[in-house]
Write a protein that binds this ligand. Structure first.
Ligand code: UDX
Length: 429
């Protein structure tokens, strides 16, 4: 049992803190937002993440929530940094919250290891090391231990990871952080700090590249009469390629990919390198989010005065997170084309999205609409009586932005159905 302070009670901090407590450690979670700390202390979880509330409840005895640095640091041997690193106007990562944590660290009489969980540019560890040294805190260690957890499966991803990456300046600090994970069965990749930092950025970039790649294949499928779902299946069996992250759709969103791709692009550019592939990945994604517009125009002509129902606001299912969600871009574009937009989502809300109607059910959203666009593949959409829904629409146009349904089946129940990259999918059942 080790004593750990986690700075930042966002997705990453809460999941990290809860999982470290589950592994038997004593964890103090510190945040600067009183409402968040009060809610956590009352047993409420301020974010939607499957399994997190059970984990926090089960380990209540080993968890403390506090606004105070001194209380969090009381006896702490490890300081996890899990604060936000949003992009600045220049696209660089804003590290001000990281610096605040580093600068607030009190002097203690035992060795403390700072563990960086926040996604940071390569070179941040060196800078933190320098800042600590300049404060005379030579006995504070530094380890980069990037997170690879995805929202919606974060607890499982932490407890059953594909790998754990640990980059340390001093081997004993790397050993100590590795030992915190005793009980987790996963390969541990030990590296220098810069390589660990780059591993996180490269992993995200590789995943985004796959998505933009399959989206471009989808677009070529549409132009040439092929079906991207079949193509993805066909290439996915190749062990060198693999099946995951080959779902064509309306583009990626979320709190990580868009932000981290910009940060890596900027990091490369600041170092004098123009990252061609990454630039293309980002641009393809921007175009992909807007492609649905063309499909709607093809079906409906001008969108002025047309009523369009967007199904799904969250950037993916099983989360309430709408950061960089394709639905928001689509809504914005539709409104500028003069369409009426109605949105539905089982959990996420259209906060910050002006000029849209918010429907409580899929049926309410679709009634009287000229088109529905499936933006997020929420599992509950599989249980909707689509035949009945089609009958309530002004025009039964269905654009399946996630290839969730079988084209032939949807056409058979009366929809003018279009999807992403499925030109060769069967025309009728
Ligand atoms: C991602 C990474 O998976 C995770 O390792 C990292 O730590 C943070 O960023 P997350 O943003 O939670 O996690 O979601 P993820 O499930 O990876 O999906 C990201 C986006 O890609 C979503 O918008 C999703 O809809 C999209 N996506 C994913 C596709 O469009 N096609 C795919 O095949 C897979």
């Amino acid at each position: 049992m080790r004593r750990i302070a986690v700075f930042g009670a966002g997705y990453v901090g809460l999941v990290t803190g809860a999982c470290l407590a589950e592994l038997g450690h004593r964890v103090a979670i510190r945040d600067v937002v009183p409402a968040k700390i009060d809610a956590l202390a009352r047993g409420e979880v301020p974010i939607y993440e499957p399994g997190l509330d059970e984990l926090l409840a089960r380990n209540r005895e080993r968890l403390v929530y506090t606004l105070s640095v001194a209380e969090a640091m009381d006896g702490a041997e490890f300081v996890y940094v899990a604060v936000g690193t949003p992009p600045t106007y220049s696209g660089d990562a804003d590290l001000s919250a990281v610096w605040t944590v580093v600068d607030e660290l009190p002097e203690v009489d035992h060795r403390v290891v700072v563990v960086m969980k926040s996604t940071v540019p390569v070179g941040t560890g060196e800078k933190v090391r320098h800042r600590l040294d300049s404060r005379g805190m030579h006995d504070v260690g530094y380890v980069s231990n990037p997170e690879f957890t995805a929202e919606g499966t974060a607890v499982k991803d932490f407890m059953e990871p594909d790998r754990i990456v640990i980059g340390a300046f001093a081997d004993e600090d790397g050993d100590a952080v590795a030992a915190l994970h005793d009980g987790i069965d996963a390969p541990i990749v030990r590296a220098d700090v810069a390589s660990a930092e780059m591993t996180k950025l490269a992993a995200n970039a590789a995943l985004m590249t796959r998505i933009s790649f399959i989206n471009e294949i989808a677009n070529v499928c549409e132009a040439t009469g092929a079906d991207v779902v079949k193509v993805a299946e066909g290439i996915g069996y190749d062990r060198r390629i693999g099946k995951s992250f080959l779902r064509a759709g309306v583009g990626y969103g979320g709190s990580c990919f868009p932000k981290d791709s910009l940060a890596l692009k900027q990091l490369a550019a600041n170092s004098g390198y123009h990252f061609l592939v990454l630039n293309a990945v980002i641009e393809v994604n921007e175009l992909q989010k807007r492609r649905v517009l063309g499909k709607l125009v093809e079906q409906l002509g001008s969108l002025r005065g047309k009523r369009v129902a967007l199904l799904g606001l969250a950037f993916k299912p099983n989360t309430d997170d709408t950061r960089e969600a394709p639905a928001f871009v689509l809504a914005g574009r539709l409104i500028s084309e003069g369409a009426e937009v109605v949105v539905w989502d089982p959990i996420a809300t259209p906060d910050g999205l002006h000029g849209v109607e918010h429907a409580a059910t899929v049926e309410d959203a679709a009634r009287g609409a000229d088109a529905v666009v499936l933006v997020t593949e929420w599992p509950q959409l599989a249980d909707v009586d689509w035949k009945a829904v089609a009958g309530t629409m002004r025009e039964a146009v269905f654009v399946d932005g996630r290839n969730m349904f079988e084209p032939a089946a949807m056409r058979a129940i009366g929809f003018r159905y279009d999807a992403i990259g499925r030109a060769a999918a069967p025309e009728s059942a």
